[in-house]
Design a protein around this ligand. Structure first.
Ligand SMILES: [Ca+2]
Length: 177
């Protein structure tokens, strides 16, 4: 009986962030410390998301209404992006500059009700970067927040507007707060 060392012979399908462990007749892939996955895929962010300045974001260019966009993010293990610090605001500006077209309006995870804005995650709404006159819905049904990529300002619109969006997910190597 001949043993093949799939690890040594480069025959394994382990992800670049995994270690290959040779076993008789087979091999196993184990994610390295700090990464999570099944060995074929090991990352700090869930699939579909990419790491960007220590966070996990995904830019979805195929436009959807706000509610569908929100569901799409949830189905992938995240939520529409929430902006809860000046740092995160800056990170998202950078992320959008890399992915979105300047003319685009991009949904994020805030909704207006009970006379104020709420993040979909329930995080405190503290950072404020609304465009002049946009902090209160421009029209009664304009209860959904988007970012104007060119100006970086926050604006509000109706949920059926078809726009690209940003999803955010927790890093898998950290415990969610
Ligand atoms: Ca966030």
């Amino acid at each position: 009986m001949t043993y093949i060392d799939e690890c040594k012979d480069g025959l394994s399908s382990c992800h670049q962030n995994a270690s290959c462990i040779n076993t008789p007749g087979n091999y196993a892939c184990l994610c390295n410390a700090g990464f999570t996955g099944d060995g074929q895929w090991c990352a700090v962010c869930p699939r579909e998301f990419r790491e960007f300045n220590n966070s996990c974001y995904q830019y979805v260019s195929a436009g959807q209404g706000w509610a569908n966009a929100s569901n799409t993010c949830t189905a992938q293990g995240g939520h529409l992006a929430t902006i809860t610090s000046e740092d995160e605001k800056a990170v998202l500006v950078e992320f959008l500059a890399e992915h979105a077209h300047p003319s685009e309006r991009v949904w994020v995870g805030a909704k207006y009700y009970d006379d104020k804005w709420h993040w979909v995650t329930g995080e405190d709404f503290q950072v404020d970067h609304f465009y002049v006159g946009q902090r209160v819905p421009y029209r009664p049904k304009y209860q959904y927040m988007f970012i104007c990529v060119a100006s970086q300002f926050w604006c509000n619109g109706p949920q059926n507007a078809t726009q690209p969006f940003i999803c955010e997910a927790e890093r898998q190597d950290r415990h969610p707060q």
